[in-house]
Each structure stands twice: as structure tokens, then as C-alpha cells.
Design a protein around this ligand. Structure first.
Ligand code: OOG
Ligand code: NI
Length: 463
């Protein structure tokens, strides 16, 4: 029997191998990421505090895009077989000034043990053809008819995925078959692209064309994790690879690493075959797939996240007033003034998630431990380990989409947005969409309860 987590690890590895043959610059990115991680391990004794180097070396996130609720449901079935569940709802339609007509979720493992075994996650976006700001009624109808005719995932793959989910894995032979079919479903198809249809959608949105203009889906990017993203950025530029102009997310600074920092290199021209309006076939190029890299920090609580969002908004305001300044400069100044300088403060102020561990051999001198969390930490009864942020940031995701579009696309601002929300998504895919804050909180609370038990204290009040 190949258990769920081994299927996930094997899928992530094979997808990475496949993508490396399709996009050679990805292999360069992996080399440089590996080099940076080695450097950090040598210079920093604490390099593994946000995950073991084995986890980090294997760690990737992928991005895929699908067209219909049915395709999303089927993708969810494949990911369920790999122990990856929908977490979070991201509405990118308004997070970007370019036309990005999608809503998204991330499929990933949800418990700490599974994440430690292999944290593979896939940011999965679903086209929103009903949104009148992007598609009029006629185009929506033609788009939906086009999408209804294609089959992204063969029935045998879905059958095997159902069985793997039900049985918690697959025997060796079907596992092999499942992995082969699953990886193939995300390969770039040699099928010719209908030029006129693709171009029509591309005028609205390059993302819409990438999803609805072709007959299959493909990995858009695979992203390795790196321990020093500023260093990686500099090394890639030294190699002559054009990076987008900034690192998304929190600024570089001396305080704690929080949430997620990401950057990418520009989409590369890839040869694709087109069927021209006169029926002839021609090879031309498309720029839709790019390379991205990320650094992860501690997960923030709702309060911590609100502070983060406020600093992002304030950075925008100040940049608008001082067009000469860079986002990094402005954000860093703000963070230095307003964000806690160390993890101890983040824990005491309940701004970030930690797991708490009892120091059972601490000399007691006949005293009982205090009950207050800040005092337990300050007096050495508890130690705190940061919980890694396993999710995405809508604003950064929109920035990643946008920075790789050469064209703004079009949007009719006089129309109102069709409301797609987390409930709609959950119903569409017939699965619970987990709330990331609740997952982190549950992990923190269970560690605190165990720590209190070990110290002989009453259970703690929830945050
Ligand atoms: C997804 C873009 C978002 C991220 O890491 O935030 C993303 C896409 O391009 O399909 O991958
Ligand atoms: Ni990404």
C-alpha cells in the first residue's frame, strides 16, 4: 500500500521533474534556491526553526487554473487523494487593476504531521464567466459551451482518486497508474490553440485566454521555498534573468519573518501551435508561464493580520504621496515604527501563532507556575515555536498575476460584480473550505492544553 502522504510526495516530485523539462529556467531557479539555502544553513544556526531543511528542500507550491465548477470539483477529488484540502478563499477580481477574472483556493495538507511529511500545496483558480464586468452574456454563453466540451481529467484518473481517498492510499500498481495520469493531466498539451478564440479572450484578459482559450489545463508555475529571498533575487539578476520589480509581501527588515514573501521572473516565450482562421497550423509563442520563489514566516492571528493589512494600505498611501520612494523603503520605515520587533512580543500580544512547549524540568523552588501566558514565557515555564504560514496573500497573488501580464485587459466598471464567495465555492466543489485562521488556532490551542497539563495547570482560556 502506498499511503496518502507518499502519493503526495511522489506527485510533487514527478510534477517538478515534468515541469523542469517543460520550463528549463525553473531548473535554474531550483539550483539557485538550493545554493541560497546551503549558504543560510552554513551562516545561521537557527536556519531550520521554520521547518527542517528536508521539508524546505522538497517544498513547492504549484498554481493551476480551471474553467468550471465541475473542473474544480474534479481537481478537488484528485487533491483529496493526495491529502490536500481546500483552505481559504481568495477573490482576485478586485485585488488587481488588471483583468484577473478568477476566484481561488489553495489545496494543501491541514495537519501539522502531514505538513511536516510533505507540505505540497496548489493555488487553484477558477474562472468567473458570469461576471459581467468581464464577459457579456453572449461571450459567457460561448465560453461556457467551450468549457463544457472539454474533459481535463480522464474518468480513470477520477476513479482512482476516489479509491485513494476512500482507502487512504493505493496498492503499488494502481498508485503508479494514478500518478502517471495525474501528472499527465497537468502537462502542456500539443493540441493546437484556436487563434481567433484565444485572441478574443485575450483582449478581455490574458488569464481568461489561458484558462478558457485552450482545451486542457497545465501547471502555471511551481514555486520552491528559499531561506533568503533577497539574496536569491540578487543572484538571479546576476545571472541575467529579468525579475519582476519587487518582492511581494512584507519588507526586508531586522524583525521577525512573517507570512509570505514572493517574487518571480517574467513569463518566458514558449512555442505553441495555433490553428489559424483559414485552418492552417502555425507555431508561434505565448508568454503565460513564469517562475516564482517564496520565503515563509510565522502565521499571524486575525489581529496580527489586520495590522499587516493596515501597514500595506498605509504603504500604498505614502507611495502615492511620494512617487520617488520604493515600496521597500516606505514599508520598512513603517514596519520599524509599528510592527513588533521580536517574536516574544508577537506571542505576548497574540499577534502570531505559536505552538507552546512546557519546560518540565525547570526548577520549581517550591513555587507553582503562573497562569498568565506572558508570565509563563517570561519565567521560562513555556517555550514558543513559530507556526509557519502555509497559505497565500490575495494582494501578493494579484501582484504575481498582474506583473506577468503584458496587457491590462478590459473591464466594464459600470457593471456590478457577481458575488462569488467561500460558501459558493464550498457548494460548487461539495467540500468544506477550511478557514486558515481556525486551523492555526487549533494547532496552537492543542499545544497549549498539553503544556498546561504537563505543568499541572488548569486548561488555558482560548485566545
Ligand atoms: C496564481 C497566482 C498566485 C501565488 O503564489 O500567490 C500565486 C496563478 O498565476 O495562477 O501563485
Ligand atoms: Ni504562486
Amino acid at each position: 500500500m502506498v499511503p496518502t502522504w507518499r502519493l503526495r510526495a511522489a506527485f510533487a516530485r514527478r510534477l517538478s521533474d515534468m515541469y523542469g523539462t517543460e520550463v528549463p529556467a525553473y531548473t535554474t531557479l531550483l539550483d539557485v534556491a538550493g545554493q541560497v539555502n546551503d549558504e543560510v544553513l552554513r551562516r545561521d544556526a537557527d536556519a531550520e526553526r521554520l521547518g527542517s531543511i528536508d521539508r524546505i528542500t522538497a517544498e513547492r507550491h504549484g498554481a493551476i487554473r480551471v474553467g468550471t465548477p465541475r473542473e474544480m470539483r474534479r481537481a478537488a477529488q484528485i487533491f483529496a487523494a493526495l491529502g490536500m484540502h481546500p483552505v481559504g478563499f481568495y477573490d482576485l477580481r478586485d485585488a488587481s487593476s488588471s483583468a484577473v477574472p478568477v476566484v481561488s483556493t489553495a489545496f494543501r495538507p491541514v495537519d501539522a504531521e502531514e505538513l511536516a511529511r510533505n507540505p505540497f500545496r496548489v493555488f487553484t483558480s477558477l474562472l468567473t464567466p458570469a461576471d459581467r464586468r468581464f464577459f457579456d452574456a453572449d461571450r459567457q454563453a460561448r465560453l461556457e459551451a467551450f468549457l463544457a466540451r472539454r474533459e481535463l481529467f480522464p474518468p480513470e484518473l477520477i476513479e482512482l482518486a476516489r479509491r485513494a481517498e476512500r482507502e487512504g492510499g493505493l496498492p503499488e500498481e494502481p498508485a503508479e497508474r494514478f500518478l502517471g495520469l495525474a501528472v499527465a493531466a497537468f502537462e502542456l498539451s500539443p493540441e493546437p490553440v484556436d487563434r481567433a478564440w484565444y485572441a478574443e479572450l485575450e483582449r478581455i484578459s490574458a488569464v481568461a485566454a489561458d484558462i478558457g482559450g485552450v482545451s486542457s489545463t497545465h501547471v502555471n508555475h511551481l514555486t520552491p521555498r528559499v531561506l533568503d529571498i533577497d539574496r536569491l533575487y540578487a543572484l538571479m539578476e546576476e545571472r541575467g534573468i529579468a525579475m519582476i520589480d519587487r518582492i511581494q509581501g512584507p519588507p526586508r527588515w531586522d524583525g521577525p519573518e512573517v507570512l509570505l514573501r514572493q517574487t518571480s521572473f517574467r513569463a518566458l516565450a514558449e512555442p505553441r501551435r495555433f490553428r489559424e482562421p483559414d485552418g492552417s497550423l502555425r507555431t508561434a509563442s505565448l508568454r503565460v508561464r513564469f517562475g516564482e520563489v517564496e520565503a515563509r514566516g510565522v502565521a499571524l492571528t486575525r489581529t496580527g493580520r489586520a495590522l499587516y493589512d493596515e501597514l500595506v494600505a498605509e504603504t500604498d498611501r505614502r507611495l502615492a504621496e511620494h512617487p520617488g520612494a520604493t515600496a521597500q523603503q516606505v514599508a520598512r520605515g513603517l514596519w520599524e515604527a509599528r510592527f513588533p520587533r521580536d517574536e516574544g512580543r508577537l506571542a505576548a500580544d497574540r499577534l502570531a501563532f505559536f505552538t507552546y512547549h512546557p519546560v518540565v524540568d525547570r526548577p520549581r523552588d517550591g513555587r507553582r507556575p503562573p497562569t498568565d501566558r506572558a508570565a509563563l514565557l517570561a519565567d521560562g515555564w513555556l517555550t514558543a515555536r513559530p507556526v509557519v504560514y502555509e497559505d497565500f496573500l490575495p494582494r501578493s497573488a494579484a501582484g504575481i498575476f498582474q506583473s506577468n501580464l503584458t496587457d491590462e485587459g478590459t473591464r466594464d466598471g459600470t457593471q456590478t460584480a457577481t458575488p462569488y464567495d467561500e460558501r459558493w465555492l464550498a457548494e460548487a466543489i461539495e467540500r468544506t473550505v477550511h478557514d486558515p485562521f481556525e486551523l492555526y488556532a487549533a494547532q496552537q490551542d492543542s499545544s497549549l492544553r498539553a503544556a498546561h497539563r504537563a505543568l499541572g495547570l488548569r486548561p488555558p482560556a482560548d485566545d
